[in-house]
Design a protein around this ligand. Structure first.
Ligand SMILES: Nc1ncnc2c1ncn2[C@@H]1O[C@H](COP(=O)(O)OP(=O)(O)OP(=O)(O)O)[C@@H](O)[C@H]1O
Ligand SMILES: [Mg+2]
Length: 303
């Protein structure tokens, strides 16, 4: 079977005033047709660089990339036609209306008489009432919806979304994911980067994690989650945590999350908190989620 996307030993070095910067280091990854695949990693990990190489906007220093069997350098036009890319940055011509923007994009791919599909995209992405509006009249979140529509206008078999939900409200996120999930069900391959790990957990069948240009985890989402069998204690407090707990707690404002191996460990943690006089509210006990797995891997816990 030919992978929908294939990265083989892809490296990328940027020359900067401060010397060479290796953004990607021998990344190899095959994504099968029909997969919903997540590419995760902290800021600067190399996600957008990898996508730019896939899109033919940037060249790998070494290695090969293919889309539906087409090499992105030697067979650029066919590779590009197979791809719909939603870029991380918002770039538009402000003088065209939404519908004009989508018609122009259709023309760019040589697709004629595309209005029925354009209407479906507009309604699927909640843009139907904005079809006639000029791009500069749209809010940031609406512009992002147009970017998504633009990427899909030529019905590409492979859809690549680079943080499509950054700055997007809850309702649109749901609309967007319903729409993308439908396309995935119809056979489109999806490659997604996001910093919303609960989205990745819910949507992606497989996930790769990048750290400083290297793949440090690559597995089915369910396996990544099963790998951390640990229990998570979540609670709110205004009191400082005792050192023994603070050392391995994750604290976000008033919310603390503490890992526990088993029930006895949970009891032990609660006893330590009680002895230290820490008053806790809204206690929850649950399984570790993808965010916990991600932090573990990025802090070198498992990689
Ligand atoms: N054109 C460029 N010239 C020099 N360095 C670059 C260039 N583009 C990216 N980099 C560097 O390459 C590394 C990877 O950047 P990249 O944009 O791929 O990260 P990312 O994973 O997409 O991060 P984010 O989550 O913030 O979007 C960073 O160190 C970045 O500074
Ligand atoms: Mg990026």
């Amino acid at each position: 079977m030919i992978p929908a996307i294939s990265f083989q030993q892809v490296s990328k070095t940027f020359s900067t005033p401060r010397g060479a910067l290796q953004a990607l280091d021998a990344v190899s990854l095959d994504i099968a047709p029909g997969e919903f695949f997540g590419l995760l990693g902290p800021n600067g990990a190399g996600k957008t660089t990898l996508i730019s190489i896939l899109a033919g906007l940037s060249r790998a220093t070494t290695g090969r990339v293919r889309v539906m069997g087409h090499d992105v350098v030697d067979d650029y036009a066919a590779a590009r036609r197979s791809l719909g890319i939603v870029p991380q940055e918002l770039v538009f011509d402000p003088f065209f209306s939404v519908r004009e923007t989508l018609r122009i994009q259709s023309g760019y791919f040589g697709v004629k008489g595309n209005d029925a599909w354009i209407d479906e995209l507009l309604s699927g992405l909640g843009l139907a009432d904005k079809a006639g509006a000029n791009m500069r009249q749209l809010s940031g979140g609406m512009k992002r919806r147009v970017l998504v529509a633009q990427a899909l206008v030529h019905r590409p078999p492979v859809i690549v979304l680079d943080e499509p939900t950054a700055g997007v409200d809850v309702e649109l996120r749901q609309t967007l994911w319903q729409f993308i999930a439908r396309l995935n069900k119809e056979g489109h391959t999806v490659l997604l980067t996001t910093h919303y790990l609960e989205e990745a957990e819910a949507l992606c069948g497989r996930i790769a994690m990048l750290k400083q240009g290297r793949i440090v985890a690559l597995d089915r989402t369910s396996n990544l989650l099963a790998g951390t069998s640990s229990t998570m204690l979540r609670f709110k407090t205004d009191d400082p945590l005792p050192a023994a707990i603070a050392a391995h707690a994750r604290v976000t404002g008033r919310i603390a999350q503490v890992k526990a191996r088993d029930a006895a460990d949970v009891e032990q943690t609660l006893a330590t908190l009680r002895t230290a006089g820490v008053r806790i509210e809204d206690l929850e006990i649950g399984r570790a989620d993808l965010e916990d797995v991600f932090l573990d891997i990025m802090q070198g816990g498992r990689a």
